[in-house]
Design a protein around this ligand. Structure first.
Ligand code: ASP
Ligand code: CP
Length: 313
């Protein structure tokens, strides 16, 4: 594997190997010396055309933990304002020595355009392309589910027998797409719950079922409820009547949490709109994995960088 563009490209075997390597990376991160020399002399360029806190900083932490040098590009303050193209920007970063390009961009499909057209020789990791995919988020989510529901050392295990409800703004969510593909590949059962206006049209090939209310979805006592941020920045018109109506019908709140088994977990990729798709008390409850997801993100991204490096040797 040279690039990581989409979770559709991952077989179950490959995905499990990435999750297993992340267990080793958690171990590295718990040592006194939290570093491996794997990427010494290599440069990871974080190229972010869209805002990010978790993904950008965790790729930076992951690259540093593997002894890479890190360059960070953000649009603000760059020559993009002078009209420089994406291709020229990436080739400029490669000319400065980038071996890996971690790319976030608002256009769906941009990461595969860069990789397929070989605009650069660097390995490309998709860090979120429009409403399309966010593969490392799905991997860290799968890792979090496996560790919380199957134990921290669940090496070799897939997610068979785990039921996941993904709820909310699925239409605009690259997290939902990448998760639907990866979780079904790993054998989990995935149910989507969203208002009609926030469901994509092309879910036929996703291998998921759709229910029309969150309360129906919770009847089945799922192991995981994955809440999604309402992506207001991608909404040009009204997709629901009001925020309070959305949170009443689709928000994960205390009374809904009480209907789940105490072993079930509630996830959110962040950043959260507290009080809209998830209440503050659910986000802070022991069943919430929000902080775990962030910390697992560093280990998972170490695993991805480590694996891509190894594959290209
Ligand atoms: N941070 C995630 C993403 O960039 C989810 C979100 O922003 O809602 O896709
Ligand atoms: N979950 C996620 O991708 O967060 P950021 O947008 O802050 O990177």
């Amino acid at each position: 594997m040279r690039h990581l563009i989409s979770t559709r490209d991952l077989s179950a075997e490959r995905a499990i190997a990435l999750l297993d390597t992340a267990i080793d990376m958690v171990d590295v991160r718990s040592r006194d010396v939290k570093k491996l020399p794997t990427l010494r002399g290599k440069t990871v360029a974080n190229v972010f055309f869209e805002d990010s806190t978790r993904t950008r900083l965790s790729f930076e932490a992951a690259a540093l933990a593997l002894s890479a040098d890190v360059t960070t590009f953000t649009t603000q303050g760059s020559s993009v304002s002078k009209g420089e193209s994406l291709k020229d920007t990436l080739q400029t970063l490669e000319a400065m020595g980038a071996d890996f390009i971690v790319l976030r961009h608002s256009h769906s499909g941009v990461a595969s355009t860069v990789a397929n057209n070989k605009w650069v020789d660097a390995r490309i990791i998709n860090a979120g392309d429009g409403t399309h995919e966010h593969p490392t988020q799905a991997l860290l989510d799968a890792f979090t589910m496996r560790s919380r529901l199957r134990g921290v050392d669940a090496r070799g295990m897939d997610l068979a027998g785990i039921s996941v409800v993904i709820v909310g703004d699925i239409l605009h969510s690259r997290v939902a797409r990448s998760n639907a593909f990866l979780l079904t590949t790993l054998g989990a059962t995935v149910t989507l719950a969203a208002p009609q206006t926030l469901l994509p049209r092309e879910i036929d090939g996703w291998g998921v079922t759709v229910v029309s209310t969150l309360d129906d979805a919770l009847e089945s006592q799922p192991d995981v409820v994955m809440t999604l941020r309402v992506q207001k920045e991608r909404m040009s018109s009204g997709f629901f009547p009001s925020e309070s109506e959305f949170s009443t019908l689709w928000g994960m709140n205390d009374s809904r949490l009480r209907r789940l088994p105490s072993t079930s977990i509630v996830m959110h990729p962040g950043p959260m709109n507290r009080g809209l798709e998830i209440s503050g008390s659910v986000a802070d409850s022991p069943q919430s994995t929000v902080a775990d997801q962030v910390s697992n993100g560093v280990a998972m991204r170490m695993s991805v960088l480590y694996t891509l490096m190894g594959d290209s040797r």
